[in-house]
Design a protein around this ligand. Structure first.
Ligand code: THU
Length: 131
């Protein structure tokens, strides 16, 4: 699977988002090292702060299906520009997926590839819990 293909799947994943309050759709497509893709959309509730982002939906779906090794995550949104993951998602992605590639796609279909370590430098992780 190319990163262009993965990015197109993240655009498709916007359709499974449920953002009735912000009306801002985000889609994520998480690629495992084994080549499987898990899709996620953002899900909002009437208690706004309980919202979950598209990226975390995809990560938790994959982890709860037993996946542990990941290659990349693609992210698409309703913004015409690239949509970078929020701070909470950066921590979750780095902790549970490692230093994967992050593939962003804008409305022109252009893609930008970043490393998680660029998005979350000097990250807190399980290493810091070891005494
Ligand atoms: N959102 C995501 O799904 N991922 C991000 O990285 C940024 C924000 C969602 C959360 C909320 O449902 C909506 O976008 C507006 O913030």
């Amino acid at each position: 699977m190319t990163y262009e293909e993965l990015a197109k799947l993240s655009v498709e994943a916007k359709k499974i988002a449920l953002p009735p309050y912000s009306n801002f759709h985000v889609g994520a497509a998480l690629l495992t090292k084994g080549g499987k893709v898990y899709l996620g959309g953002n899900i909002e509730t009437s208690s706004y702060s309980l919202t979950i982002c598209a990226e975390r939906t995809a990560v938790f779906k994959a982890i709860s299906e037993g996946e542990r090794e990941f290659k990349a995550v693609a992210i698409a949104s309703d913004s015409p520009d690239f949509c970078p993951p929020c701070g909470s998602c950066r921590q979750v992605l780095f902790d549970l997926c490692g230093n994967i590639d992050v593939v962003l796609i804008n409305h022109k279909g252009e893609i930008k590839v970043l490393k998680m370590s660029e998005l979350l430098p000097y990250a807190f992780s399980d290493i810091d819990l070891k005494k």
